[in-house]
Design a protein around this ligand. Structure first.
Ligand SMILES: [Mg+2]
Length: 261
């Protein structure tokens, strides 16, 4: 295990790690200011495809966090990168208008007429008609690439957990018996993009987040240092029960700041 001071770049989760319900968590501002002061680069990784990277950047700055223009990577960005790398230009998409316009902005046509892939995401505008169309395409074309932005089953909100992309995947699995290629954390899509952007090897970077099955698994699977914060979803009891333990466990970014300072 590397000491914290040997980490050359940090990939940090947003919800439950940096903020909750839009409010900065204790120590978040101080932690990122310290990294900036020491010229240690950091990126924010979010599996949530319902906002654009730019919207996240603006929100972080509003909270007083020194986020540069290109400091946020969402599962939308990584999905678009993957789709374009596969030379796919026509997809049937399940997603919000923001997700759809991001695909269109990247030159990807949205159509249910002979698409080259089905792409599903966290869709706050989900309808039965979209599920029906996606299910029929996936069912009738066993070779058709079927891609999902993120595996999260639920998204935390002030009212409680609401169905996220993982719930859509489960719905379509019940109807088609197929599972998609998932791009977001913990899979390689976002790590590849982040490593290229920071010009670092995954082994030089740390994954900081509040979820074992996305943030920490991504870190483990890519040879990164793993830093769990208990400010979001995961409780100490979950860590005790986990087979893969994070390298470091902190109460939150406040405790990580103190350990680094
Ligand atoms: Mg989180």
């Amino acid at each position: 295990m590397k000491p914290l001071t040997a980490i050359k770049g940090f990939l940090v989760d947003l919800d439950g790690t940096t903020y909750i319900s839009g409010t900065a968590l204790p120590g978040a501002v101080e932690f990122f200011e310290l990294l900036k002061e020491r010229n240690i680069p950091f990126l924010f990784l979010s599996n949530n495809p319902t906002k654009t990277s730019q919207e996240y950047v603006e929100h972080l700055r509003l909270l007083g966090i020194p986020a540069s223009d290109d400091s946020v990577i969402t599962s939308t960005d990584a999905t678009i990168q993957y789709v374009l790398a596969q030379k796919i230009t026509r997809v049937y998409a399940i997603g919000t208008p923001i997700f759809e316009s991001a695909l269109r902005g990247a030159g990807i046509d949205l159509t249910s007429d002979h698409p080259q892939a089905v792409v599903v995401s966290f869709d706050l505008t989900l309808t039965y008609d979209k599920l029906r169309t996606a299910a029929l395409l996936v069912h009738h074309n066993p070779q058709l690439p079927y891609i999902a932005t993120n595996p999260d089953r639920v998204c935390p909100t002030a009212e409680g957990p609401i169905p996220d992309c993982g719930a859509v995947i489960a719905f379509l699995n019940a109807a088609t018996n197929r599972n998609p290629l998932i791009i977001g954390k913990p899979n390689s899509g976002m790590v590849t993009l982040a490593a290229a952007r920071l010009n670092l090897q995954p082994s030089d970077m740390a994954a900081v987040g509040d979820r074992l099955y996305t943030d920490m698994k991504m870190g483990h699977d890519h040879g990164m240092t793993t830093i769990l914060v208990l400010s979001g979803e995961t409780k100490q009891a979950d860590v005790d029960a986990a087979t893969e333990k994070p390298d470091f466990v902190f109460r939150g970014l406040d405790e990580l700041f103190t350990a680094l300072a």
